[in-house]
Design a protein around this ligand. Structure first.
Ligand SMILES: Nc1nc2c(c(=O)[nH]1)N[C@H]1C(S)=C(S)[C@@H](COP(=O)(O)O)O[C@H]1N2
Ligand SMILES: [Mo]
Length: 249
């Protein structure tokens, strides 16, 4: 029952991004239509899944033997490189923006929060999937600790890597930010995250596609709008390739 709408939505999205996306984006009226279609997809997806519906979880036996790296698989920043070599002793995860209590947490502090472990399937628009076991605190715990203000409407993830000359970033709305399966993971299959998969911390937002799963997260920012960030579309691939901001599976 649940699988059927999920598959047809994914197939529909793949068809849309493969064929129509680039052309549709060219005219303003078509752009409005495209946005309306995206809103429609979000509404439909939320209606089908329920506001806090869970993405499927799998057993340990179903985990993929290897979890490939995609997009950036290394980070060039010298501070990052030095930290990676030493186990990230001086790495800080910032929680900032529209919050009453900005935070700068060590990796140990992130690991000391209540943890969630989930075995989920990652779907990349490029046409591959992998099942992995992720562990980390729920994003909600960090947002609650920082006391996010009422005026915040989105959460932006700032990453340490530069891809094709641009800082990678992503953003989600508050429904996904507080979703129980939205975690900031420090481990994959029981081991600290390898560099290729986003060490030391990467997002898991399980009801959305691969490009939303920001790796190398150095800051979590609560904002009222992402119009002034990057090209204003809410993420690296949204800005550079016209990918949909809401990438529900
Ligand atoms: N910071 C950052 N996050 C990123 C990317 C990236 O290049 N940089 N690539 C995205 C894409 S397109 C996918 S499919 C997944 C890949 O995650 P993996 O490398 O762990 O397989 O990370 C996403 N998050
Ligand atoms: Mo991807």
């Amino acid at each position: 029952m649940v699988d059927l709408p999920r598959r047809s939505l994914l197939a529909g999205m793949a068809a849309l991004s493969a064929s129509a996306c680039a052309k549709i984006n060219q005219s303003e009226s078509a752009k409005t239509l495209f946005d309306a279609a995206e809103d429609g997809h979000r509404t439909l997806h939320r209606a089908l899944a329920g506001k806090q519906g869970l993405a499927p979880e799998y057993t340990r036996a179903e985990r993929s033997p290897t979890f490939r790296g995609n997009g950036s698989v290394t980070v060039e920043d010298p501070f990052y490189k030095a930290q990676l070599a030493g186990g990230f002793p001086d790495w800080r995860l910032e929680v900032r923006g529209l919050v009453e209590k900005p935070l700068a947490l060590t990796l140990d502090e992130v690991k000391a929060l209540p943890q969630r472990t989930q075995i989920t399937r990652h779907d990349c628009v490029e046409g591959w999937s992998a099942i992995g076991e992720w562990q980390g605190p729920q994003l909600a715990a960090l947002l609650d600790a920082a006391k996010v203000k009422e005026s915040a409407k989105f959460i932006v993830f700032r990453c340490a890597d530069v891809l094709y000359g641009r800082d990678y970033y992503e953003s989600i709305d508050m429904v996904d930010a507080y979703h129980p399966q939205t975690i900031i993971a420090h481990s994959l299959n029981g081991e600290p995250l390898p560099e290729k998969n986003g060490a030391p911390l990467r997002m898991r937002i399980e009801r959305q596609l691969g490009y939303k799963q920001a790796k190398y997260v150095k800051a979590i920012e609560a904002v009222a709008s992402f119009a002034d960030i990057g090209d204003g579309k809410g993420g690296f691939w949204e800005d550079t390739a016209g990918y949909q901001w809401y990438a529900g599976i």
